[in-house]
Design a protein around this ligand. Sequence first.
Ligand SMILES: [Zn+2]
Length: 159
Amino acid sequence: MKKIDSFKIDHTRMMEGVYVSRKDVTPHGDVLTTIDIRMKWPNHTYMAPKTMHTIEHLGATFLRSHPQLGDKVVYFGPMGCATGFYLILQGEWDSHQLVHVLQSLMAFIRDYKGDVPGATMQECGNYIYHDLKGAKEVAQDYLDVLNNITAENLSYPTD
Ligand SMILES: [Zn+2]
């Protein structure tokens, strides 16, 4: 089997940030952009699974409800390595175009009060497996990254 493209990125040189992971073209000619929302420093820090689950619920709710972005969202979900999320969008996108909406998302999570959306037995496969407090802390940390974003945090490391 071939080595897939995302395994070819040098994760030892990647910091937290927002990256374009790939752009795929469907047989109909539509472009899908996969955004790498890298919230943690690979091989140094990572999210706890409950925290990641709560961010998934709040993130999917926020992004799919977003007035400009909502109808472009194909998928939002966590990376198995627990250092970030993938967001797949219809159309062609650059990483810097997502910074503002991700800042809004992180502020939404940090300030969220009440029940986690979708966290009931009817709506989720592990509905008690959540950590809103942890999600708020991770959101604040990543918001700090986004508020001080540089070119290095917007493009994958290249040779
Ligand atoms: Zn769930």
